[in-house]
Ligand binder design. Sequence first.
Ligand code: AP5
Ligand code: ZN
Length: 209
Amino acid sequence: MNLVFLGPPGAGKGTIASQAKTHYDIPHISTGDLFRNNIKNETELGKQVKAILASGNLVPDSVTIAMVKDRLSEDDAKKGFILDGFPRTIAQAEALKEMTGLDAVVNFVLDREDIVKRLSGRRVCKSTGKTYHIIYSPPKVEGIDDETGESLIQRDDDKEEAIINRLAVYDKQTEPLIAYYREKGILIDIDAKPAPEEVFASMVKLLQK
Ligand code: AP5
Ligand code: ZN
């Protein structure tokens, strides 16, 4: 199954993808995670994109498209994939069309108030990137990852100023993709407000149709 997860920042794309990848046995390919891993490992690409991610702006299309093309050419993506956070511009969607077909684009729908609550309360494990929320999915011990015992941090782009910018960037550059994919007849709207288990179950049901 070839899936794209589309939706505003903080809508729960990564959270649902981590359940869906096991359920469908396909890799979860998050462009945000790929960039953050490059930043952590201090690669050339990481140095190039660090400030862009911190500000909440988009990495240039050419860089992002090349990275995704590479990743999709790996063996594990042959059986299907969940692309999370890509495409984010019409140019990226056009490039993806040249690389592969899609079975569905899942559009995570969430209001602004909940988006801001989710982003501002998100905490991640420094080394594995595992995601928590201080209220909705807290770790067993405050500020500490359940598995690694390392401290949890806030993503640079979850600070208030970057959140405001990310939402503006989403409205301008990514929201038009909803109409783009709806017109192609492959868009599935998912109400992202309920608890993750419920969001996941309704997505699986809709994908069966
Ligand atoms: P990226 O990492 O893709 O960030 P994003 O799209 O802004 O999405 P998030 O990861 O913030 O949100 P999410 O929907 O995954 O939510 P999550 O599941 O974590 O991109 C980061 C940056 O990389 C971009 O700004 C850009 O610079 C660059 N980039 C990436 N892709 C690019 C591209 N294609 N082109 C150019 N640049 C690109 O959940 C959020 C919180 O809510 C968590 O705390 C979670 O625990 C909680 N939560 C989740 N679901 C629920 C629920 N159902 N109920 C209650 N709480 C929930
Ligand atoms: Zn994410």
